[in-house]
Design a protein around this ligand. Structure first.
Ligand code: HEM
Ligand SMILES: *[C@@H]1O[C@H](CO)[C@@H](O)[C@H](O)[C@H]1NC(C)=O
Ligand SMILES: *[C@@H]1O[C@H](CO)[C@@H](O)[C@H](O)[C@H]1NC(C)=O
Length: 489
């Protein structure tokens, strides 16, 4: 009897020792982790923002937490983030393996590909293709202007009324990237796009929620029929839909005369022949889904934030319109090059991106070797969370870190200046691949709409609430805006 009790005690003690989540030597500090749970009890998993605030106050700009047994290092502030992502880029540009979002996408896309030849070659290919497709030439602008006509139609139908711009902007962002990828736009009730959007939305919700943390923390539960299973099914549906599109393209394409991104990739496969790896049709499907996903919510949430501020800061809206009228004179379409003559508008677009803070924690990174940061030692394979918010509103980096104020991007002479701390697209070799496209979209859409319309906060809408809804990408709370035509001078 006594022996059995002793044995039991020893077993429990062993389990505790084995599962103990001790910090390695000289690891970034953080709250003490308990066995098995790590720091999960330190966090409110539905919305941990307040907890993070508290941790940064107690432990400084570089601190760590344990999700179960998995250590995660949070990096805050311009200097620490720059040291990691730029100065030590070769050490900090990996992506974590073995976490929920990576497993759902099988780690085969581009966004979550680890630092290595697959990522490097596909990133280069995607950048080059986006560029040849008109970033720099006019065709990309034409595609964007084509989509803007549909936005204008929607707004024209709502003159004098108030409307929520959410579906309209989401649709526009999705369609622009679809034009690039597939050469077509889709009506919002199209079956393909509806299904893809449904899967994306459901999956972001699952990825944001507590079940993904459970998945990440406890490999043992992964095979169980828990709510996160749905995400795998959704991804499979998207994969099948995209695979159908690739097959259609293969039937209708003219080799050497690409219509869109899919055709370009198929040409590249031809060119490489049996030398194709790391290029393959399967990889194409994953990359296509990635680009669509990465380019839709980010852009549309930034636009939603932009129009929330433009609507509720009428003086800033009017100043934009004055500049637009003066620079474009009678010209019908604005071009991306016109931005060089529109310092105020440029400042507003950038200030919108700064306050929109669309990807607050960037995409998670991972160390690809043992390394050091701000004097701490961080072993290979540690998950890294760059806190972009902490740079976008850092005191000392901005004239008005906590206000919406385009002066943050204007010199005393009224010229456009871009502080180094402007990093809504992150920084370093992993920096957003769609930056060029996104900046073109934001500028052309905002200028064209401001030129034609006046946006007002509805009288009965109460005080505007600028607090975003928490998630992988931040979005403003749903709002309505009132649309009027401008009386053209
Ligand atoms: C306002 C809009 C956008 C914002 C704020 C944004 C932000 C970001 C951020 C913060 C990252 C993570 C960078 C890092 O890991 O350090 C990222 C990565 C990425 N973005 Fe964007 N993005 C936007 C639009 C787009 C668009 C339109 C596309 C599609 C063409 C796109 C494609 C990507 C891709 C492929 C990556 C992964 C790059 C890599 O891992 O090498 N993004 N983006
Ligand atoms: C990121 O920085 C912001 C602003 O400093 C802070 O409020 C937030 O708690 C930080 N988040 C994390 C995860 O450290
Ligand atoms: C996707 O396609 C595969 C092969 O064509 C099929 O076996 C699978 O059931 C499909 N999955 C879904 C969710 O439609």
């Amino acid at each position: 009897m006594f022996a059995a009790a002793l044995l039991l005690c020893i077993c429990i003690w062993l389990v505790i020792v084995l599962l103990k989540s001790g910090r390695p030597k000289n690891f970034p500090p953080g709250p003490p982790a308990v066995p098995v749970l790590g720091n999960l009890l330190n966090l409110n998993l539905e919305n941990p923002l307040k907890d993070f605030e508290r941790l940064r106050k107690s432990y400084g700009n570089v601190y760590s937490l344990f999700l179960g047994r998995k250590p995660v290092v949070f990096i805050n502030g311009f200097h620490a983030i720059k040291e990691a992502l730029v100065t030590k880029a070769a050490d900090f540009s990996g992506r974590p393996r073995d976490i929920f979002v990576v497993d759902v996408t099988q780690g085969k896309g581009l966004v979550l590909a680890d630092y290595g030849p697959f990522w490097k070659e596909h990133r280069r290919f995607a950048l080059m293709t986006l560029r040849n497709f008109g970033l720099g030439k006019n065709t990309m602008e034409d595609r964007i202007h084509g989509e803007i006509q549909h936005i204008i139609k929607t707004l024209d139908n709502n003159i004098g009324k108030s409307m929520s711009p959410q579906v309209m902007f989401h649709n526009a962002a999705s369609n622009i990237i679809c034009q690039v990828l597939f050469g077509t736009r889709y009506e919002y009730d199209d079956k393909f796009i509806k299904e893809v959007v449904r899967c994306f939305m459901e999956n972001s919700k699952i990825a944001n929620g507590p079940w993904s943390v459970v998945y990440d923390s406890y490999p043992i539960v992964r095979k169980l029929p828990l709510p996160f299973k749905k995400a795998f099914k959704n991804f499979e549906i998207c994969k099948n839909l995209t695979s159908n599109l690739v097959n259609e393209h293969k039937k209708t394409r003219v080799p050497g005369d690409p219509r869109d991104f899919l055709d370009c990739y198929l040409d590249e496969l031809d060119k490489r022949g049996s030398d194709a790896p790391p290029f393959s049709e399967e990889r194409l499907i994953f990359m296509t889904l990635d680009l669509h996903f990465a380019g839709t919510d980010t852009t549309s949430n930034t636009l939603l934030t932009g129009f929330l501020y433009l609507t509720t800061y009428p003086n800033i809206q009017e100043r934009c319109q004055q500049e637009i009228d003066q620079v474009l004179q009678g010209k019908d379409l604005v071009s991306f090059d016109d931005r060089h003559n529109m310092p105020y508008m440029q400042a507003v677009v950038h200030e919108v991106q700064r306050v929109a803070n669309t990807a607050p924690l960037s995409v998670f990174h991972c160390t690809s070797k043992d390394t050091e940061l701000m004097g701490y030692s961080i072993p290979k394979g540690t998950m890294i969370v760059p806190n972009l918010t902490s740079v976008l509103n850092e005191e000392g980096q901005w004239k008005f870190p906590h206000d919406f104020n385009p002066e943050n991007f204007l010199s005393d002479q009224g010229e456009f200046v871009k502080p180094e701390a402007f990093m809504p697209f992150s920084t370093g070799p992993r920096m957003c691949l769609g930056e060029g496209l996104a900046r073109m979209e934001l500028f052309l859409i905002m200028v064209t709409l401001l030129k034609k319309f006046k946006f007002l906060w509805p009288e009965d809408a109460g005080e505007p609430d600028y607090t975003p809804e928490f998630g992988v990408t931040l979005t403003p709370k749903p709002y309505r805006m009132k649309i009027k035509h401008r009386e053209m001078q």
